[in-house]
Design a protein around this ligand. Structure first.
Ligand code: UDP
Length: 315
């Protein structure tokens, strides 16, 4: 996001406590190391800069962990964001973009999922974001803080430059783990659940490239800058791919055998999460460039091959 904003000529200040992020992933602009839940730091930041729009990405994102340790998710994802919004209100900053999630839908009634469908999250991660969406609606009505919630489906892939990509510790996401097996950093990929009501028994997900997510943020920011009230949009490619299909694609892209093992279901996983992204397409004029998940896997493979130890390697 920072890279794209700088390319578009914007000034960017990044606040990150580096509990999960990497300084080396921030390719320019101002970098402030600190915590979102620190009101005095927020006061200092907002009172010494003219900030048009806040984009919030600072969440814990592991579904399984959120089931094991829900308070970690409510404190970080929900609680600290309340501090941020309070500080924005005090300093008259009135535009906000939230990285929301398909997890707000829980087990959807029908797919592809439209934004108006019931939101009954099946894990604390989804609930931590659902709460924020409600808070943002209240803040719009009460304080005029306009906001857009972007409900990401499965964020994946890496910047085409190969300079920036995923580096989580521990890694829990399917594509990076499969590629770590290809790099022989892990012995095999565990398939979490093979008895789902899907064609091959494994979960179906809608994989969307990070560059396309970034593009949606740029469009959402423009919409808010034009005076729009903002909205809630699904971001996905409107196609579901199974865990087995993704592993097969990774075999093709990498030319490696990638051993697999069938394992029990992971708590908190919905069987099928596939977006309708018609609203983002018509209202934001968003159109994802990476609609073939094999290309998404290929960009991730470029990053993982060049940086087998993530940002600890030289960038
Ligand atoms: N998955 C898997 N093995 C893994 C990691 C993930 O089978 O080691 C499955 C997971 O159960 C889900 C899909 O891959 O059905 C995508 O999971 P991921 O954690 O990448 O994203 P999420 O759907 O949780 O946002």
């Amino acid at each position: 996001m920072v890279k794209a904003l700088l390319d578009e000529g914007h000034s960017v200040a990044t606040l990150d406590n580096l509990s999960k992020g990497h300084h080396k992933a921030v390719l320019g602009g101002e970098f402030i190391q600190g915590d979102l839940g620190d009101p005095s730091l927020l006061k200092q930041i907002f009172s010494t800069r003219k900030i048009d729009c806040v984009m919030h990405f600072a969440a814990f994102i592991e579904v399984g962990e959120s089931v094991q340790d829900p308070l970690k998710y409510y404190v970080n994802n929900s609680g600290k964001t309340l501090e941020l919004l309070s500080s924005m209100k005090k300093h008259g900053v009135d535009k906000f973009i939230l990285s929301s999630t398909a997890a707000v839908y829980g087990e959807p009634e029908k797919t592809p999922i439209e934004e108006c469908q019931p939101q009954i999250p099946v894990n604390p991660y989804g609930r931590s974001k659902q709460f924020l969406e409600a808070v943002l609606q209240d803040c719009r009505e009460a304080y005029g803080i306009r906001s857009t919630c972007l409900r990401y489906f499965n964020a994946a892939g890496a910047d085409a430059s190969g300079l920036i990509g995923e580096d989580h510790n521990p890694e829990s996401h399917l594509i990076p783990i499969v590629l770590q097996v290809a790099l022989e950093q892990r012995k095999k990929i565990s398939i979490f659940g093979t008895d789902y009501p899907t064609p091959d028994g494994t979960c179906l997900r809608d994989y969307v490239h990070v560059t396309d997510l970034v593009q949606a943020h740029l469009l959402a920011a423009e919409q808010l800058m034009d005076g729009d009230q903002g909205g809630i949009y699904n971001l996905g490619c409107q196609q579901g791919f199974s865990v087995r299909q993704i592993i097969e694609m990774a075999r093709k892209v990498t030319g490696k055998s990638i051993p697999e093992i069938e394992s029990p279901r992971r708590p908190g996983d919905a069987a099928v999460l596939v977006a309708s992204s018609q609203m983002a397409r018509s209202e934001l004029c968003w159109s994802p460039k990476y609609e073939d998940p094999e290309e998404i896997v290929a960009t991730a493979w470029k990053w993982h091959q060049a940086h087998p130890n993530g940002y600890d390697d030289k960038v």
